[in-house]
Design a protein around this ligand. Structure first.
Ligand SMILES: [Zn+2]
Length: 139
């Protein structure tokens, strides 16, 4: 896939909570999962095992920083981590805070809905706090 045709090589349509020259953390603003974040590698590399060892560590450091920040702010019942990346040649990690009353719990958030939910989107204060905590945990 050329970089011109690749959606992840374009400026993110999502809110970017943190970024360096290696990866970025975006808030997907998912209507059912308001705090659903994704850590996206900026380079065209598909598999974690294609990264050099220090890059693997760096990637997971960012993922765990997001997980820790989400736990501190939202106290979810579980954090789900997933890495698929079948559509774009970028490693990316989905970080999904899960709650016992969310739309699919205890099943995968990609499974059939078990109930309807109406969660409020994250407000600006929460988004700023999340961004600050992610940054603090990465360093
Ligand atoms: Zn790309």
């Amino acid at each position: 896939m050329s970089k011109e045709a690749c959606p992840l090589c374009q400026p993110s349509p999502h809110e970017t909570l943190w970024q360096d020259d290696f990866c970025r953390v975006v808030l997907l603003n998912d209507v059912d999962y308001p705090a659903y974040c994704r850590v996206e590698l900026l380079a065209h590399i598909k598999e974690m095992s294609d990264l050099q060892a220090p890059q693997r560590v760096r990637m997971m450091q960012v993922v765990f920083a997001v997980e820790t920040a989400l736990r501190e702010i939202l106290n979810p019942d579980k954090i789900n981590l997933a890495s698929l990346g079948n559509k774009t040649p970028h490693i990316h990690w989905h970080i999904i805070p899960r709650f016992e009353n969310d739309k699919h719990f205890p099943n995968s958030h990609w499974s059939e809905a078990l109930r309807e939910t109406e969660f409020e989107p994250l407000n600006d204060v929460v988004k700023l706090t999340l961004a600050d905590k992610i940054k603090a945990h990465i360093q």
